[in-house]
Structures are given as structure tokens and as C-alpha cells.
Design a protein around this ligand. Structure first.
Ligand SMILES: NC(=O)c1ccc[n+]([C@@H]2O[C@H](COP(=O)([O-])OP(=O)(O)OC[C@H]3O[C@@H](n4cnc5c(N)ncnc54)[C@H](OP(=O)(O)O)[C@@H]3O)[C@@H](O)[C@H]2O)c1
Length: 235
């Protein structure tokens, strides 16, 4: 059976690495619905996929700012009329702008919650409203959502909420046969990590491919045996 995979934050980092894992394997994932804002890195990544597509997979990019809830609602309707279903959903996009409590701008707090929490919620709810039953939903939280870190108030709060929201999704969607797994990566060498820890040497920490490998495993037959409310992925 041919399956569709929707990935948010597909332009780079963990999202792009996950797409590559599924894309370059001769598996049943044939349609890739990829979401990110329009950027050079997204366009370079899409070019890379079309230049090396040995299994004839189909790529459907969508440019969207996930802080814009109304646009997500519209896009999910378009996705369902175009594809009819989303089998695997990787809610991966994440945003952070670390600063001390005194410097937190409320609008930025709202944006963080918008991208990291409301967007995955809205995507899942809208697709359910359209009659979609997922095989698997993977929500990418963070170890920062398990333990708050100084300077990361908005990010930590958004990820803590995502972990808890995933628990509810897991229980409520089980009746449809949907598996919901929340993963919490630790330090991983991406642009987002650079924002959080600018002085760190990226070669000393986990790479996006490592997290992508775990995500691929979750979608495999073996993944059915992972029963975790929050799977920690770290070195
Ligand atoms: N790296 C780590 O150490 C680490 C640890 C724990 C958890 N995580 C989580 O892993 C996930 C992936 O992040 P990453 O580390 O791979 O970072 P990354 O390379 O910076 O990628 C972040 C992705 O999120 C997308 N995104 C951010 N804001 C968006 C918005 N407003 N609208 C649409 N897309 C948006 C970006 O797309 P654009 O091209 O549109 O910017 C990009 O594709 C995030 O949820 C992050 O919180 C990362």
C-alpha cells in the first residue's frame, strides 16, 4: 500500500534528515508532503531530492508560516482534497528565541506557542475533521520540555505542553488504530541548536541523521513495539 508522509519543518535539520531516510529507501512511503517557509535552504533541499530520486517518489512542497493558524486550516483542506489522506505525520517544526524572563516579548511567546504547540494541534485536528485516520503521528518535543532551562522559558514551556498534549492524543486516537509517539531529542547539531547554544562545537553532539533514524524506526514494523509517552533521544 502506498503511504503519504507529511513533515513540518522539512527545509533543514532533523525534518530534512527524516525526509531523506524515507525518500532514499525502497519502502511504501511514496508521497512526501513537505511544509516550511519559502527559503534558500528549502529550495536547495527540494532540488537535492529531485536530482536523486531512484524510487520515483512524489514530493509536494507547501510554503507556510506555521504561526499562521488560519493558513494551516486552509492548507489541511487543500492537502486532503489533493491527497485524500495523511498516513504518517511528523510534527517537527520548532521555533525558539531564547532570552531572560525580563526580556520575553509577549508576541514572541505567542509565536513560540503558535509554532511549537498550536500548529501540531491544528494540523491533527483539521485532518481529523476531514476524516483522516493516521497510522502514526510523531511529535518532536525536547528534553528542554522535561526540565526547564534558564533563558529558555518560552521554548521549554511550549515543549512541556507538547509532551502532555501528545499523551492525550495517544490515548484518544488509539481507537482509530493511530499510534502517537512524542520524541524528545537532546542536543542535536542544527540551526536551532546554534540559536540555543551559539558557542558549542556541533561536531561534539548528536547529528540530525541520528534522530531521523529513530523516527524511521518508529514508522517501521519494529516501531509498533515502542510504547512510550515520551521517547528520549540523546547521546
Ligand atoms: N536541535 C536540537 O538540539 C533539538 C533538541 C530537541 C528538540 N529539537 C526540536 O527538533 C525540531 C526540529 O528542529 P531542528 O533542530 O532540526 O532545527 P532547524 O534545523 O533550525 O529546523 C527547524 C525547522 O522548523 C521550521 N520552522 C520554524 N519556524 C517555522 C515557522 N514559523 N513556520 C514554518 N516552519 C517553521 C524551519 O523551517 P523554515 O525553513 O521555515 O525556517 C525548519 O525546517 C524542533 O521542533 C526542535 O524544537 C531540536
Amino acid at each position: 500500500m502506498s503511504k503519504s508522509l507529511m513533515v513540518t519543518g522539512a527545509s533543514k535539520g532533523i525534518g530534512a534528515a527524516a525526509v531523506e531516510r524515507f525518500f532514499h529507501t525502497d519502502n511504501d512511503v511514496t508521497d512526501f508532503i513537505l511544509l516550511a517557509r519559502e527559503s534558500q535552504s528549502f529550495s536547495d533541499f527540494l532540488d537535492k531530492l529531485s536530482a536523486d530520486n531512484p524510487h520515483g517518489k512524489r514530493v509536494h512542497p507547501h510554503f507556510i508560516d506555521l504561526a499562521d493558524r488560519a493558513r494551516i486550516v486552509g492548507l489541511m483542506k487543500d492537502v486532503m482534497s489533493e491527497h485524500g489522506k495523511v498516513d504518517i505525520l511528523l510534527n517537527n517544526a520548532g521555533y525558539t528565541s531564547p532570552c531572560a524572563i525580563q526580556q520575553v516579548q509577549f508576541s514572541d511567546f505567542e509565536r513560540t506557542i503558535g509554532v511549537n504547540l498550536y500548529a501540531p494541534f491544528t494540523i491533527v485536528q483539521e485532518l481529523l475533521h476531514s476524516g483522516n485516520t493516521f497510522e502514526l503521528i510523531v511529535n518532536v518535543a525536547s528534553t528542554a520540555g522535561m526540565n526547564g532551562r534558564p533563558g529558555w522559558l518560552t521554548y521549554s514551556a511550549s515543549k512541556a505542553a507538547l509532551i502532555t498534549m501528545s499523551e492525550v492524543m495517544k490515548d484518544e486516537l488509539a481507537i482509530y488504530g493511530t499510534r502517537v509517539v512524542c520524541i524528545s531529542p537532546g542536543r542535536c547539531a542544527t540551526d536551532l541548536r546554534k540559536t540555543l547554544a551559539p558557542d558549542e562545537d556541533p561536531s561534539t553532539i548528536m547529528q540530525p541523521e541520528h534522530v531521523a533514524g529513530v523516527i524511521e524506526m518508529l514508522a517501521s514494523d519494529l516501531g509498533r513495539f515502542v510504547d512510550s509517552r515520551n521517547l528520549v533521544v540523546r547521546m
